[in-house]
Design a protein around this ligand. Structure first.
Ligand code: TZP
Ligand code: MG
Length: 204
């Protein structure tokens, strides 16, 4: 079941890490993440060969550990890394194009408000990311904070499609997001920047 694999969804790129991203991924795997998204994006992120090279290493480790490996918003990278899925935002790749090219891959789509939800081709996606649930500093152009109410509303409208909450989630509020009906929580900074990554993942 996809929903259970989205339960503890760690997202990261080198720009989110103050230590070796491979070490952080390793610790997060030991803590029990169920899914990983490579999101090499924004200020300080790698480009070109360096982006691919890190991606290959992270992908390999996820494959060995049996962790779902999703690529953010980059079809060429998705192809090159033979990823399990692709996550797209509203302003990114068209879901229709991606689905046409990859009938069987996992496609995730972000929805931040009613308008976006109404415009989304729900029949073509495998899960939704709903947020930002809480304030976040990991995404410069983040949409307005929507709270757990949005998670509840999205789930009400799209169930049984899996929904993952994202934005400002940490061990202290992850349960509120799950209680609102989310199938999982997607987390960047609370894991990537944790002093004890393994313990933090365990406590989420
Ligand atoms: N999309 C909506 S909020 C967000 C993304 C990629 C950033 C989440 O990062 P953090 O550090 O878990 O708040
Ligand atoms: Mg995007």
């Amino acid at each position: 079941m996809l929903a259970s694999k989205l339960r503890k969804y760690f997202i990261m790129g080198s720009q989110n890490c103050e230590r070796d991203p491979l070490v952080i991924l390793e610790e997060a795997i030991h803590g029990g993440i169920t899914c990983f998204q490579y999101r090499e994006k924004g200020e300080g992120s790698l480009t070109g060969q360096a982006k691919y090279s890190l991606g290959h290493k992270l992908r390999k480790r996820c494959a060995e550990a049996g962790i779902l490996f999703i690529v953010n918003d980059d079809v060429e990278l998705f192809d090159a890394l033979d990823a399990d899925g692709l996550h797209v935002g509203q302003e990114d790749l068209s879901v229709e194009d991606v689905r046409l090219k990859y009938p069987d891959t996992i496609i995730g789509l972000s929805v931040s408000n009613e308008d976006e939800l109404n415009r989304s081709p729900l029949h073509l996606v495998d899960y939704l990311g709903a947020g930002p649930v809480y304030p976040t500093s990991s995404k410069k152009n983040a949409k307005p904070v929507v709270g757990t109410e949005w998670v509840k509303e999205v789930k009400r409208q799209v169930s049984p499609l899996p929904v993952v909450g994202i934005g400002g989630i940490h061990s202290g509020n992850a349960n509120e997001v799950l209680d609102a009906g989310a199938d999982g929580v997607a987390v960047i900074s609370a894991i990537a920047q944790a002093e004890d990554v393994k313990a933090t993942v365990q406590s989420i």
